[in-house]
Design a binder for this molecule. Sequence first.
Ligand SMILES: NC(=O)c1ccc[n+]([C@@H]2O[C@H](COP(=O)([O-])OP(=O)(O)OC[C@H]3O[C@@H](n4cnc5c(N)ncnc54)[C@H](OP(=O)(O)O)[C@@H]3O)[C@@H](O)[C@H]2O)c1
Length: 243
Amino acid sequence: MSSLRDKVVLVTGGAHRLGRAVALELAARGAHLAINYHRSAAEALDTARDVAGFGVAALPIQADAADPSQVDAMVERVERDLGRIDHWIAAAGVFRRTPVASVTADDWRDMTRGNYETLRVCAERIAPTMVRRGGSIVAFGDVGGIRPWADYIPYCVAKARVMAYAAELAARLAPSVRVNCILPGPVLFPPGYPAPARQREIDRTLLGRAGSAGAIARSVAFLVESEYITGVRLPVDGGRLLR
Ligand SMILES: NC(=O)c1ccc[n+]([C@@H]2O[C@H](COP(=O)([O-])OP(=O)(O)OC[C@H]3O[C@@H](n4cnc5c(N)ncnc54)[C@H](OP(=O)(O)O)[C@@H]3O)[C@@H](O)[C@H]2O)c1
């Protein structure tokens, strides 16, 4: 039986794409899900309906995960309706091309807020209770946070901060809370991502293909269920980091 059975998991950024895949994978293993969304209400309702199809609780919940008062309200609601948070998957992120020649202060603010502040603000609210009860956290970094791309520097810097902060959390919250970071490679490209750039990214993997959302979701489940793993950065990138 999965160690996730009847655990309560919060997925921030859980409405669609990778967050949705993670929610469905954990639901299939018997976890109850709180599915946080920011703007994608319809997608969150769809995901909640599909999660509930596994016979577990599914709570779609709107909040800006970088806003402390909204995060307070979200966590209170999850604790009231589902009892507690055993595991938290921090999948929220913002990604856009920001070439060095035209990068703006808004680009830096948006990338920092969407990728790093969504982790830090939630961690400050969730960690103190989780330390008392035990649990685990999985943050979403990116291989670009280790080997940055010139046209995406604010995003890559934000992901580097995510990875550094996740390592710091792992040290600070041990031994009762494990904290790990997953580094997806090219998996789901944003809508409108140019085909030649897409192919270039795929060609840079050792495996010569894009990953699937399911592969990321199963790797997240592995980190949640692995009771002796904490503080790791796990690339799930087809070998992209080596090229
Ligand atoms: N896709 C890939 O191949 C890939 C590769 C490397 C790393 N990653 C990382 O993996 C994670 C998931 O990727 P993805 O492609 O599924 O991401 P995505 O399509 O960009 O979706 C990001 C999610 O983050 C949520 N979000 C953004 N700002 C938020 C905020 N302030 N509060 C709450 N939620 C917020 C969005 O919610 P709403 O839609 O509800 O507004 C959305 O559901 C991200 O951290 C991403 O950087 C992805």
